[in-house]
Design a protein around this ligand. Structure first.
Ligand code: UT7
Length: 333
């Protein structure tokens, strides 16, 4: 049995603490003009002591649930895309419990900044196969835990946030997921890492074990930039061509919010006008797995994205990992 996929709800949540470029300039040698001109970022949000990844995720998911008009007990799956869990054993079950989604199975999926797109497509397979009817896909990250706040080459880029979408099985005629493509290349993964610390401790005489913990994010910005401006247009073009859709028929371009220059470069490649390029990274920076649903939710709630709108989306980042999806926003019925 093959069924269609409908995007019927969205939600998002960001921490209350806001840090401007000028404030970052008090910590590292940088300034507002450099950050704005090189990235398009003006400020970002950072979780304070009371805010956790599970809490942000729950707030985003609750808003998506409310928009969709679903009872928590009707959800089959809570899929949480994150690279920064509260608990390495999984944060999704905590979110499931907070939501009261008592019948849902819940697990995390890690694919860095491509995590939301990878999770969206993974969730879609459960719906397509008929195994499930209602799925919540959450993209959430708290990279502030792992950013080296003394490294000006990377710390200016990142922020914390969460976004969620509610996906429902529908008839094939109403299918909102038109096409997708996902890719990974671990051989090029060295340019962006959040690696396990490299330290051995003595367990008992003659036996060692490795210490747990992670080193801060390490990034070769120029390599990641080159990867993004090369691969994102290629994969988007592949998906558009495979589905015989011209860039001119797109309502919106919804890219992972990493750098405004990357967004502009990809839009230029397809001659997509600025008015159709969704961007909110000036307010939030790069929130990793959260950027795409955070942006989608903002544009749905302020009325830019309307039911039936055709959206081309692409996520890209560490792994290396990248992907593209073509979908229509349906909204609640
Ligand atoms: O989800 C994926 C996550 N990662 C990314 O998206 C990163 C993609 N890469 C980028 O967005 C850009 O490469 C950056 C924004 C990270 C850097 O921009 P850039 O235009 O590639 O700058 P650069 O690394 O070539 O550095 C240019 C200059 C250097 O100085 P010199 O050597 O020319 O004197 C840097 O030391 O800018 C300096 N610089 C800074 N200056 C002020 C680097 N970071 C800063 C800073 N403030 N924060």
């Amino acid at each position: 049995m093959e069924v269609g996929i409908a995007l019927v709800g969205s939600g998002s949540a960001t921490p209350s603490q806001r840090i401007t470029n000028d404030q970052l300039g008090l910590r590292v040698e940088t300034n507002d003009s450099w950050i704005r001109s090189r990235t398009g970022i003006f400020e970002r949000r950072v979780c304070g002591s009371e805010e956790t990844l599970a809490l942000l995720s729950q707030r985003a998911a609750s808003a998506a649930l409310e928009m969709a008009g679903w009872e928590p007990s009707s959800i089959d799956l809570v899929l949480l895309a994150t690279s920064t869990p509260d608990d390495l054993f999984g944060t999704a079950p905590k979110v499931q419990a907070k939501l009261g989604a008592s019948k849902a199975v819940a697990f995390d999926l890690t694919a860095a900044c491509s995590g939301f797109l990878f999770s969206f497509i993974t969730a879609a397979q459960y719906l397509r196969s008929g195994a499930m009817r209602r799925v919540l896909v959450i993209g959430a990250d708290q990279l502030s835990r792992w950013v080296d706040w003394d490294d000006r080459r990377s710390c200016v880029l990142f922020g914390d946030g969460a976004g969620a979408v509610a996906l429902e099985a529908t008839s094939l005629e109403n299918d909102g997921l038109i096409g997708f493509k996902l890719k990974s290349d671990g051989s090029r993964g060295d340019c962006l890492n959040l690696n396990q610390v490299d330290e051995s401790l003595l367990l008992v005489d003659g036996v060692t074990h490795q210490k747990g913990g992670f080193s801060p994010i390490q990034m070769n910005g120029q390599e990641v930039y080159k990867f993004a401006v090369r691969e994102v247009p290629l994969i988007l073009n592949e998906v558009l061509t495979a589905n015989e859709i011209s860039p001119t028929s797109l309502d919106w371009l919804l890219l992972h919010q990493a750098n405004q220059r990357i967004l502009d470069s990809v839009a230029d490649r397809f001659s997509i006008p600025q008015e159709k390029v969704l961007s909110n990274l000036s307010k939030y920076g790069n929130t990793s797995a959260a950027t795409i649903p955070l942006m989608l939710d903002e544009a749905v709630r302020d009325g830019r994205v309307k039911p039936g709108n055709l959206i081309a989306s692409s996520g890209f980042g560490a792994g290396l990992s990248w992907g593209a999806a073509l979908f229509r926003w349906q909204g609640p019925s």
